[in-house]
Design a protein around this ligand. Structure first.
Ligand SMILES: Cc1ncc(COP(=O)(O)O)c(C=O)c1O
Length: 364
């Protein structure tokens, strides 16, 4: 949609009006139809808080200069709010950076043990750098199989878990996860990806940051991309033992951007904004549930910015059918989920398009 239009606009000045009209109306059968509803991603269209927007705009004044000076205040704010020493906080350009670099690094001493399905992007990065991946299927009720993961921790380079998991949206029982992390971290670093934890019912109880405070080799990854609505500004962080933070710093090759750091500092823990953004995301999730129910589809009640839906149809083919109707969704590599798609909490307008298209796609 936008890309075609933007292409025309960028080159537009050079195009004669008649040519521009012809270019816009010509139909090329090889060009896939424009995507009208981007439900394949897990961003938050609610967007950044007003304070974050203002801070990012103001930071542009200083963009001739590198952003070193903005890192310590953000680290201090995160450390204070999470009750850890500043040397246990490491900033990154989105949490994907830390997850990828650390898992690839840890995998030098053994395989990465991880559930399947999960957010595989950082682990696939590690695999491209030579890591071995040890996938442990989720249980029949779609939960991460902690006992099975624990059984593989000895000899692993690291263990990765995502809470709530992506794509299932399920949160783990916090006590069971704590017990697992304490035991597994004796053998290998445990990475706990908490990208969506802020919209869980009790983020403090569900977070494993207390284990870092207690000295366990647990690396908690957080991001400003999801609930804080700042995916395009690329700010994330880890809370981990000081030696893990040092490792991350030594692996990151580049600087961070001013607008992102300034925006993150302006919105971190902003209770009013968080109440608004959570209500928005929960409303989107409810809308997805309602669409599923109206079409007789099963789904998992989610704690993330996405819903995992059983369409009853082979998922790759169904993804193509939806794409041909302008709706983009994600499917995941998981032998247990051949008919499931992940639907992201896009804007209500995009979800309206999904509601209109889904019954037609199911009949196609
Ligand atoms: C579970 C999970 N972790 C981490 C990320 C990475 O996000 P970012 O690099 O924008 O912080 C994502 C993004 O989709 C995700 O779903």
């Amino acid at each position: 949609m936008d890309t075609t239009r933007r292409g025309l606009l960028i080159g537009g000045a050079a195009l004669a009006p008649a040519l521009a009209v012809a270019a816009e109306t010509a139909v090329d059968a090889k060009v896939p139809p424009a995507i009208r509803a981007h439900l394949g991603v897990t961003e938050n269209p609610y967007g950044p808080s007003p304070a974050a927007r203002k801070a990012a705009m103001k930071a542009l004044d200083d963009t001739p200069y590198y952003a070193w000076s903005l890192e310590p205040p953000l680290i201090a704010a995160i450390a204070k709010r999470e009750g850890v020493d500043p040397d246990r906080v490491g900033l990154c350009n989105g949490s994907l950076e830390a997850l990828s670099l650390l898992s690839a690094h840890f995998a030098k001493t053994g395989p990465i043990v991880a559930p399947q399905p999960t957010y595989a992007t950082p682990l696939l990065y590690a695999e491209r750098q030579g890591a071995k991946l040890d996938w442990i299927p989720v249980t029949g009720d779609h939960q991460i199989d902690l006992p099975a993961l624990a059984a593989r921790a000895a000899g692993a380079g690291c263990v990765y878990v995502c809470n709530p998991n992506n794509p299932t949206g399920l949160l783990m029982d916090p006590d069971a996860l704590r017990t697992f992390c304490v035991a597994a971290a004796k053998s290998a670093p445990v990475i706990v990806d908490e990208a969506y934890i802020e919209i869980s019912p009790d983020p403090v109880r569900h977070s494993m940051i207390d284990l870092v405070r207690a000295g366990h080799d647990v690396v908690v990854a957080r991001t400003f991309s999801k609930v804080y609505g700042m995916a395009g500004l690329r700010v994330g962080f880890i809370i981990a033992q000081p030696q893990r933070v040092k490792q991350l710093k030594s692996l990151i090759p580049t600087h961070k951007g001013r607008p992102g750091l300034a925006a993150a500092l302006a919105c971190y823990g902003d209770a009013t904004y968080l109440t608004g953004t959570k209500a928005y995301l929960e409303g989107c999730r409810e809308k997805i549930y309602a669409i599923c129910r109206a079409n007789g589809l099963g789904y998992l009640p989610s704690f993330g910015t996405y819903v995992f839906v059983d369409t009853g149809k082979p998922n790759l083919a169904f993804q193509k059918t939806l794409a041909a109707m302008g709706v983009e969704v994600r499917v995941f590599d998981s032998p247990l989920h051949p008919t499931w798609i992940r639907v992201g909490t896009a804007s209500p307008a995009e979800l309206d398009i999904f509601a209109e298209v889904l019954p037609k796609a199911l009949k196609a």
